[in-house]
Design a protein around this ligand. Structure first.
Ligand code: ZN
Length: 414
């Protein structure tokens, strides 16, 4: 029995020794494989260059430097004599990678510029040297400078060397308003018919239209546009927190698509002035309908909205027009005759000397003399205590519900 036990022990001892030897051999092979089989890992780096551009200008051509952690003469493929330098020059070839910024350049601020390696090129490289060539992208920074100028503390200096005063600024996706002393507004402030709330940093947080029915108001209306100068009138209205109504000609809309979008965005009213400004009283019912619908179709294409009011060309109305128009018909109480005089000061005087609470003022935004006049008229009427509102806002404030096909000339207080 004792002998048997010793023999077993010897067998177990041999077994253990064998296992250690096998393990040592395996480890040795593994080490040899590591040293011989594995090439040194290296990185190819696409380092995107920093860029600066002016807001809304064309994006610049982006560039990058290609760097590597190995020298260019290092051979990757002995058979083909393919070196690191060759790989870099292949990567530099057109189409191997594209550089894209994180912005379209319309909003100022700083953005990342990223490089993306062409998928096919990348997959091919990965197949060949997955183990030891790694691709790495270092983002660049694109600085989009505000097109209007630069911040100077609480003020904003425009490119023309003047601080923004009583006007808005869009910067880095936020809206700011600068007061009469050119300082950005903080907290609550009434701007025209808008109740605005600004944060501690001056960013606009909210704005609400508040029309006081006890205070005087006037509806400025502009016919025959949109035209070249319409945008300027709109930005003046926006500046002072004012609204107006634009009776537009349908065939003019496509050309001034952006102007109409802006008009809608700032709360102005869009009125129907027919498609091609024909005297509707000389047309048959079918043609009247075509003229009215033609304008609505154009507007729908631009802003997906329908006109809410109509002013027939020359104010020419008959029963056909009244029954065909699916909106109220708006005339005027003050005719500036701006189309005839083409005189800026004459138009200014006409409005400022005659317009009173509840008036509907007729002007034409297709004349530059009228555009210039509007820029004086808008702040002056507000300065005199008038709220500048749309025709529909004026009627509503006077407690009148407008009826389709009915004709209105003014909304004077009772
Ligand atoms: Zn007209």
């Amino acid at each position: 029995m004792r002998h048997m036990k010793t023999e077993t022990k010897i067998k177990q001892y041999d077994k253990r020794r064998m296992m250690i030897v096998v393990m040592l051999i395996v480890i040795a092979f593994f080490c040899i494989f590591l040293i011989v089989g594995k090439k040194k890992e290296m990185e190819i780096i696409i380092k995107v260059d920093a860029m600066t551009m002016l807001q809304e200008e064309q994006l610049p051509t982006f560039t990058a430097k290609i760097l590597s952690t190995e020298k260019p003469e290092v051979v990757l493929d002995k058979k083909k004599n393919y070196t690191v330098g060759k790989l870099i020059s292949d990567l530099k070839k057109e189409g191997s990678y594209v550089i894209k910024p994180n912005t379209d350049g319309t909003t100022d601020g700083t953005y990342k510029i990223h490089a993306v390696i062409n998928k096919k090129f990348y997959q091919m490289q990965q197949k060949k040297w997955k183990r030891y060539v790694k691709f790495h992208v270092e983002d660049g920074i694109l600085t989009v400078e505000n097109k209007y100028g630069v911040w100077e503390g609480t003020k904003f200096l425009k490119a023309d060397g003047v601080y923004i005063t009583n006007d808005w600024l869009s910067s880095q996706g936020n809206r700011y308003y600068f007061d009469e002393n050119s300082n950005k507004v903080i907290g609550k402030r009434q701007i025209g018919i808008y109740n605005c709330k600004f944060g501690k940093n001056g960013k606009l947080l909210s704005q609400k239209i508040v029309i006081d029915s006890k205070k005087p108001m006037i509806a400025l209306t502009f016919d025959d546009g949109p035209g070249e100068g319409t945008h300027q009138i709109l930005s003046e209205l926006e500046r002072w927190g004012a609204h107006a109504t634009f009776f537009m000609i349908g065939k003019n809309i496509a050309k001034y698509d952006d102007t109409v979008k802006y008009m809608e965005a700032i709360g102005c009213e869009m009125g129907n002035h027919t498609f091609s400004h024909k005297k509707l009283t000389k047309l048959d019912a079918q043609s009247v309908a075509e003229e009215i619908q033609g304008m609505d179709n154009q507007l729908r294409e631009a802003v997906e909205k329908k006109t809410t009011v109509m002013r027939p060309p020359w104010g020419a109305v008959n029963d056909i027009v009244r029954t065909t128009a699916e909106v109220p018909l708006i005339m005027w109480s003050i005719d500036t005759k701006d189309w005839k005089t083409r005189n800026t000061q004459g138009t200014i005087d006409n409005v400022l000397n005659t317009a009173v609470d509840g008036d509907i003022v007729l002007m034409h935004d297709i004349h530059i003399t009228t555009v210039d006049a509007a820029i004086t008229i808008i702040p002056e009427l507000i300065n005199r205590g008038y709220q500048l509102v749309t025709v529909s806002e004026l009627a509503k404030a006077r407690g009148i519900s407008l009826e389709n096909g009915s004709i209105y000339y003014e909304f004077h207080p009772n």
